[in-house]
Design a protein around this ligand. Sequence first.
Ligand SMILES: [Zn+2]
Length: 293
Amino acid sequence: MAAENIRHWRVGAVEIARIVEVNAFEDDIAMLLPGATPQFVQQFPWLVPHFATPDGKMILSFQAFVLRSMGKTVMIDTCIGAEREREYEVFCNLQTSFLEDLTAAGFPPEEVSAVLCTHLHFDHVGWNTRKVDGKWVPTFPQARYLFGKQEWAHWKHLRDTHGYHDLAHLADSIDPVMEAGLVDFIGPEHRLTDEVSLISTPGHTPGHVSVHIRSQGQEAIITGDMMHHPIQLAVPETHANFDMDKAQGAATRRSFVERFSGSGALVIGSHFSDPSAGHIVPDGSAWKLKVEN
Ligand SMILES: [Zn+2]
């Protein structure tokens, strides 16, 4: 168990926890924003120390969330997973305390009643499964797995057409839960509970959704990969390398930022490094993330 992996929030009556799998990964901003330099990052001193290094590298984490609302326990994405072969070394053959951390956070895996994947990239579906006796089996066999109808159609199309994207994760993280009959295909109008609904945030992938929590007058959003890093609040319309449809991703970010700036809603970023959350506030002619600690 690693206490620093876990963070808790309460939004009205909804309890939320974060479980980190790869913490505070430093990389060049050009990985995310094409052509951007460390000097560009340094124009936004509010990013230091949580989200950028003083020398202008971005800091990202890979993490999942779990929430409890009205008697339901829902995983929001499932991170990278153990024992995987992936495109990049940093994600291969991880051995982490993810499932133990889930229990330590107060959400034992056997209590999970639903798994919602914001989209179907490898770093959001990994713990859908785990390896038992050399076979991939559902980690949460008692849960329904909720995948976007349109999202799955796109990945299926990529596989059928030998598309441009690395698809290794479909075989170990998606197919086994489909074969077990645990998947429900949903649209963005789906509600997880009366307190937890979805917001359609396409661009990063075609069927991408963010999670909208509203309870007792309080509000939070779990972004998914609609944005990866808080610097995107300063430049929401700059195209991002990781988005499948870059113009759509930019438009989605811009309208999201305008909708929630100054709203008091807690914005929990799926790749924002610790403390992983804050409030969107105006910053000159753009916006920034204001963190509480
Ligand atoms: Zn991601």
